[in-house]
Design a protein around this ligand. Structure first.
Ligand code: MN
Length: 347
């Protein structure tokens, strides 16, 4: 479906439905929270009621986007989240491509049975799960996809100044965080959007400092410790990885979001083109993978880490003792490189 007819269809759904639920993915990041808040603020300005729900808690540095604690978090407020889902007649899914990404909320949302719209930028959306999809992968973020959609809405009429200030702030935050502060996944359209948002008088410094200068002292100590003690570089594979255990999390008073950006740190080493971060949690090991070259971490994750995402940024999960990770990871990367079609370390 082309975007123009998609926007008409979305407009029709918004007119027809009265209890809209906006949902982000598990472990929501800046793009997920940003796109939800932006959509919520847009609908609010139109007098359309919507509720925001996430499957798990989001990092504290994003709380400035939700000053009135409107976002329902299924982990902390399961009853409120489920009640909101029950009463909804339209779901708008933001920043994920598969219903499995909402974890515990998937069942309740499917049981409700109301139509689902997806606004996302991941590869391979599961289209059969949605009545309407705005999906593009050669773009910075879900916020950028949403921005394109909003600009085509009749009431916005292509004028950024018609968007509410909170919507603009949230869109900027999502784009800024998903590009790792304009380092990755930046397209000409990304800069166009950034400049259009900035022209509205958006306080970029405020967002910048809320997101990047807002960590605890113990998080800085954790970062130093990880770099000094927990980073392994595999020069032949142009790869570096780090492992964070549960006991180390406790030792450094770990809070949700504290490892944000850690996976990108080894890229500062000359020759490192692929990175991985393994974080132990109660029931599984969270895997984050990044690439600066033709090595597809999406394919790598699908093959060895029960996950996927983008060619240059992917996630996954492992169910094994944390001590087994170095061997498993090093063997996996050797096998993956050996089976690679073409050269994995091209630009
Ligand atoms: Mn995203």
């Amino acid at each position: 479906m082309d975007q123009t007819s998609g926007v008409c269809e979305l407009e029709r759904l918004l007119e027809e439905k009265s209890d809209i639920l906006l949902v982000g993915h598990f472990n929501p990041d800046g793009d997920s929270i940003g796109s939800m808040v932006a959509m919520h603020s847009y609908l609010d300005a139109r007098g359309i009621r919507s509720t925001m729900v996430v499957p798990s808690s989001f990092p504290e540095f994003l709380h400035f986007l939700d000053p009135e604690n409107e976002i329902r978090d299924f982990v902390r407020q399961p009853d409120a989240a489920l009640k909101a889902i029950e009463g909804s007649d339209l779901f708008i899914c933001l920043d994920f491509n598969s219903m499995s990404r909402v974890e515990g909320l998937e069942g309740p949302i499917r049981r409700n049975g109301s139509p689902r719209v997806v606004i996302d930028h991941h590869l391979g959306p599961e289209l059969s799960d949605f009545v309407l999809a705005f999906s593009k992968s050669d773009i910075s973020s879900a916020c950028e996809v949403l921005f394109e959609v909003l600009m085509k809405m009749p009431d916005i009429d292509g004028k950024v100044s018609n968007l509410p200030a909170r919507c603009i702030e949230a869109l900027y935050t999502g784009m800024m965080t998903d590009t790792n502060n304009y380092a990755n996944s930046v397209f000409p359209s990304t800069m166009d959007m950034a400049s259009m948002l900035l022209r509205t008088g958006l306080d970029k410094e405020k967002i910048q400092s809320a997101v990047f200068d807002n960590f605890s002292e113990s998080r800085m100590h954790l970062m130093g410790y990880m770099l000094q003690k927990k980073m392994t570089v595999l020069p032949e594979q142009h790869t570096a990885y780090m492992i964070l255990t549960k006991s180390e999390k406790d030792r450094f008073n770990y809070k949700e979001g504290d490892t944000e950006g850690f996976v990108n740190l080894p890229f500062a080493i000359r020759g490192v083109l692929v990175t991985a971060l393994f974080t132990e949690s109660d029931s599984f090991i969270r895997v984050s993978l990044r690439s600066k070259c033709s090595f597809s971490v999406n394919e790598f994750s699908k093959a060895y880490f029960n996950g996927g995402g983008h060619a240059k940024a992917s996630g996954g999960r492992l169910y094994m003792p944390i001590e087994a990770i170095p061997h498993y990871f090093e063997k996996s990367i050797e096998k993956f490189i050996a089976s690679y079609q073409g050269t994995p370390f091209d630009k």
